[in-house]
Ligand binder design. Structure first.
Ligand SMILES: [Zn+2]
Length: 255
């Protein structure tokens, strides 16, 4: 944790984030905003990628008043029972009055603090356009990266994890598109938007064939590895805005 800070109310934080991330303009797979209500005042904030038990326990050890994540606890399609792993995640939050804030697609999309913007910055890529459903995909010039092999090497160095690479036809790169996490379904939209290579977290079986048949490179750089940068950027923003103590806790995930 950083230096001792001021505090903000839970409601102030939620309404600030709601406006900043334009939460109401997204159709999402789960609720964005305050997912678990804790104590009314926040001084110490922990950010992380996923509201896993390991992150919750680490936040408890930090005596956090609030946790800020990209992947929250509640998703469409869950059966809604508070049993097993869900009970074990929720119990310490409720017992200790820890607030859980979660922002999924709104955090992917934010032009400065979001996962896509922060991944681009890490790779030295700047977007001059958007593509795909809800305009979540980023696309921009290849910025001196010669080809798919060079892009894979850059991503491996920058993210600390070797990507799965389908090199396409090995063409010189002019335009690179990216969308963090499980955005393999955006590959065709990236191709239509003029990308020579597409970076995301995960690959599924069909993308390998599409890469071979279209010549456009596909790089799967890790779901966690590509989505590790938005939550800490947003946490730092809140710390500066409200004078909170903030610490990002990275729970390693090979997926
Ligand atoms: Zn994700």
């Amino acid at each position: 944790m950083g230096k001792a800070g001021k505090m903000a109310s839970r409601g102030e934080i939620e309404s600030h984030l709601s406006a900043l991330l334009a939460v109401d303009s997204f159709k999402d797979y789960g609720p964005n905003g305050l997912q678990v209500e804790g104590r009314p005042e926040v001084r110490r904030l922990v950010s992380g990628v996923t509201a896993s038990l390991a992150l919750i326990e680490a936040a408890l050890a930090e005596r956090a008043d609030a946790i800020l994540v990209h992947h929250g606890l509640f998703w469409r399609g869950q059966d809604g029972r508070i049993t097993g792993w869900m009970r074990r995640r929720l119990a310490p939050l409720l017992a200790h009055g820890i607030n859980l804030f979660a922002y999924h697609l709104p955090l992917d999309a934010h032009a400065e603090l979001g996962n896509n913007a922060q991944l681009g910055r890490r790779l030295g890529l700047a977007a001059d356009g958007r593509f795909g459903e809800q305009d979540l995909g980023f696309i921009g010039p290849a910025a001196g990266v010669a080809d798919a092999a060079a892009l894979a090497a850059l991503a491996g160095r920058s993210l600390g994890r070797a990507p799965v690479l389908l090199a396409g036809d090995g063409r010189a790169l002019r335009r690179v598109a990216w969308c963090t996490g499980g955005a393999q379904g955006y590959f065709e939209a990236a191709i239509a938007a003029g990308a020579d290579a597409f970076i995301t977290g995960e690959i599924s079986e069909p993308q390998a064939h599409v890469a071979r048949e279209t010549g456009v490179a596909f790089l799967a750089c890790g779901h966690h590895a590509t989505e590790r940068y938005g939550a800490p950027a947003l946490g730092e923003h809140l710390a500066a805005r409200f004078g909170l103590e903030h610490r990002f806790i990275d729970i390693d995930n090979p997926a």
